[in-house]
Each structure stands twice: as structure tokens, then as C-alpha cells.
Design a binder for this molecule. Structure first.
Ligand SMILES: Cc1ncc(COP(=O)(O)O)c(C=O)c1O
Length: 381
């Protein structure tokens, strides 16, 4: 199995802890252990936790807390993984055979393309329509219908979407499922940003719309807990059982401390607090970014994100996005993600989930940098 580089994660792995300013992160400022385990009993439970392997598919209590988020699901419908990334990984490793096609909503978190190709499959992008000129991103369902055939093993969606922050409606999801069902394709819905909505209205889930739906998700984005490395797959029990067998190869088990803290985080009252915290951060910080963008009208444009602490901005400067972000990193020690990493040059993805002072400092630097860039090809020295 030959894996191509996963450009977005490579960039972050190498640079995110070395730069002075990091706007490449797509989640909100993370919580500390003491904020999750708030009570004396919870802290005692953490300290008393024996560091064994634990239950390799997630403790029954954790799976039950996750199942409660998906109507009709039981503990048998849940596999706990190390982050949403392992959830996507085991799903694709199990489903994709050489010659299979995967139709992927694009742009997207680009884990699926590399994995699908390494597994001998091919990847067909299903591109979002619209964009900054239209003021919205749209799901072109006719285009999806034209891409899905008997060769399609899965339709891979990311809802809410990374990097645009666009959200699918119930009708969109029903139609995606209807198109998949015509050819018996699976729908894999990466819903890791669900819960991080700016308007507080929870994104519809693909769960329960069709018997071949797998939802992948986790605590890294909407819950502000990426360091726990807790994700999950929700799906039909027989398939979940097969995926558990793949997880025996990938990581065996989630860490027991992560599992324990995840149980605390997903207790209903705590979960509500964590989601409210995330919505508070994105709701307070997005207007800061929007004002910053609006001051550069004509040179930078965007579609307002509906969920997630990310904004996908289009710039007019005649410079390739990878070149731009490399210069930005070298000259200002500031990291952002280039549109190239989503196969959309001319865009940048900025994360706005950090502390407001830090965000303002980073935006000032980025603004100075962009304002000094030539704005037409004839200005380039
Ligand atoms: C859409 C999407 N899925 C999965 C992941 C990976 O999540 P985790 O850190 O939980 O492995 C990310 C991380 O950025 C993401 O954006």
C-alpha cells in the first residue's frame, strides 16, 4: 500500500508548533483536563484510572453516551476510534477494493483521496457549486447523480464542510441517500463539525436516512477536545463489528484516559456546556474575521461559514496559495492553510477558534502581509 503525502496534515505536523502564529487549526481553543473533569469525583476517577488497554471498541458507557446522540442507535452501532481520522480510515480500509470509485464532496478534508487511491480505488470530486460571487455554497445534486454509478462504492460527504463551513439541509441529505441507494453505495458522512454552528441550529445528520449510512465524528472540533483523540463510527452493527476488526490492526484501542474523559464530556449536562462554549467562541470570533475581510473588499471575499471555526477566503492577488503561505510562514512566522491543499488555488483557510487577542494579533500580521502584496500581475517585480 503506497500512501501519497497528506499535504494538509503534513504542513500542520511540521509547522503548527514551530510558528509564532498558528491560524491553520480548524477547531476552537482546547479545554484543559481540569475543565473537563470539574468535580472532585471526576478528578479522583481520572487519577485512579488504571492504565490498561481498556475495552478496545470503547467502554460500553462511552458507546452508550455516543449512541444517545443518534436516534435508534445502541452500543452495538458504535465503534470508538482514535479521533475522527481513524474513524474515516477504518471505514475506507474496510469498504474500498481495487477498482471501486468514491464520489467525494469537494472541497473536503483531504484524508479520503489519498486513502482511496492507496487502496486501489479512484476518487471523483463532487464540487460544491456557488462560492463568494454568489454569496453561498450550493449542493449540485444533479451533478452528484451524474457521478454515481454501479462502480460507486461510497459517497463521502463532510457536513458541516471543511473548509467552507457550509451546511447541508435535510433535503440535501435525503437526496444524497436516494442517489446512493440507486446503486447500493454507502454514504460516509464525516460530521465532526456538527455542533459548532454559528447560528446555534444543529446541522442535520445523515444518520437514519438510509440503511447504508456510516457517520464518522469525534470530540476534536465541536467539543474542543482534539487532544483526547476520541472519535467514532456510527453504523449498522454488522458493519461496525467488521470495522472493529480493522481497528485491531490500526490502533487496537482508544487510550483509557481519553475514554474516561470522553464519558465525562458526553454526560448530557457537560455536553451541553461544551457545545455552548464552542458556539460562543465561533459566534464571538467570526465577526472579528468578517470585519477584517470586509476592510479588504475587492481583494478578499468569502462565503459566511455556517459552522466550524474556519473561513475559506478567496484572494485576488496573483500569487499561488502554496507560495503565499510559505512566504507568510518564513517572513511572519504565521501559518495558514493554502487553497492548494483543497485543490482550490486562490483560496486560504483561516482558523478563528483561538483566544481573541491571539486572533487579532495574527489577523493584523496577515493583513499587513496581504496589503503589501502586488494586486495585479503587472505589479509583480
Ligand atoms: C473533516 C475532518 N474530519 C476528521 C478530522 C480529523 O479529526 P481528529 O483530529 O479527530 O482525528 C479533521 C481534522 O481536521 C477534519 O477536519
Amino acid at each position: 500500500m503506497k500512501l501519497e503525502p497528506f499535504a494538509l496534515e503534513r504542513l500542520q505536523s511540521i509547522w503548527e508548533n514551530r510558528v509564532a502564529w498558528n491560524l491553520s487549526e480548524s477547531g476552537v481553543h482546547p479545554l484543559r483536563v481540569e475543565e473537563v473533569a470539574g468535580s472532585a469525583d471526576e478528578r479522583a476517577a481520572i487519577l485512579a484510572q488504571e492504565l490498561g488497554y481498556g475495552q478496545t471498541n470503547g467502554t460500553p458507557d462511552l458507546r452508550s453516551a455516543i449512541a444517545a446522540l443518534y436516534p435508534g442507535a445502541t452500543t452495538d452501532h458504535i465503534l470508538v476510534t482514535n479521533g475522527g481520522s481513524e474513524a474515516n480510515c477504518v471505514a475506507l480500509m474496510h469498504l474500498i477494493r481495487p477498482g471501486d470509485e468514491v464520489v467525494m464532496m469537494a472541497p473536503n478534508y483531504m484524508q479520503a483521496p489519498g486513502l482511496v487511491r492507496a487502496l486501489g480505488g479512484s476518487l471523483l470530486p463532487w464540487r460544491l457549486a456557488g462560492g463568494p460571487d454568489e454569496g453561498r455554497w450550493r449542493m449540485d445534486l444533479e451533478a452528484l447523480a451524474a457521478l454515481v454509478t454501479s462502480r460507486t462504492r461510497a459517497i463521502f460527504i463532510c457536513n458541516p464542510n471543511n473548509p467552507t463551513g457550509a451546511r447541508m439541509t435535510e433535503a440535501d441529505l435525503d437526496e444524497v441517500c436516494r442517489i446512493a441507494s440507486r446503486n447500493g453505495a454507502w454514504v460516509i458522512a464525516d460530521e465532526i463539525y456538527r455542533g459548532a454552528e454559528l447560528d446555534g441550529v444543529e446541522t442535520a445528520s445523515a444518520w437514519g436516512r438510509y440503511e447504508r449510512v456510516l457517520v464518522t465524528s469525534g470530540l476534536s472540533k465541536a467539543y474542543g477536545l482534539p487532544g483526547l483523540r476520541i472519535g467514532w463510527v456510527t453504523g449498522p452493527p454488522a458493519l461496525i463489528d467488521e470495522l472493529w476488526g480493522v481497528h485491531d490492526y490500526t490502533t487496537i484501542a482508544p487510550g483509557v484516559l481519553g475514554d474516561r474523559l470522553a464519558r465525562i464530556a458526553l454526560a448530557p449536562a457537560k455536553r451541553e456546556l461544551l457545545i455552548a462554549r464552542t458556539r460562543g467562541i465561533v459566534g464571538a470570533n467570526y465577526p472579528v474575521v468578517k470585519r477584517w475581510i470586509d476592510r479588504r473588499r475587492g481583494l478578499i471575499s468569502h462565503v459566511a461559514p455556517e459552522a466550524g471555526a474556519i473561513v475559506f477566503i478567496r484572494y485576488r492577488h496573483p500569487i499561488n496559495s502554496s507560495t503565499l503561505i510559505a512566504r507568510l510562514r518564513e517572513e511572519r512566522s504565521l501559518l495558514v492553510v493554502p487553497g492548494d491543499h483543497f485543490e482550490m488555488d486562490g483560496y486560504l483557510r483561516l482558523g478563528f477558534g483561538s483566544d481573541p487577542d491571539y486572533l487579532n494579533g495574527a489577523l493584523d500580521l496577515l493583513g499587513e502581509f496581504l496589503d503589501a502584496l502586488p494586486t495585479s500581475a503587472s505589479d509583480v517585480p
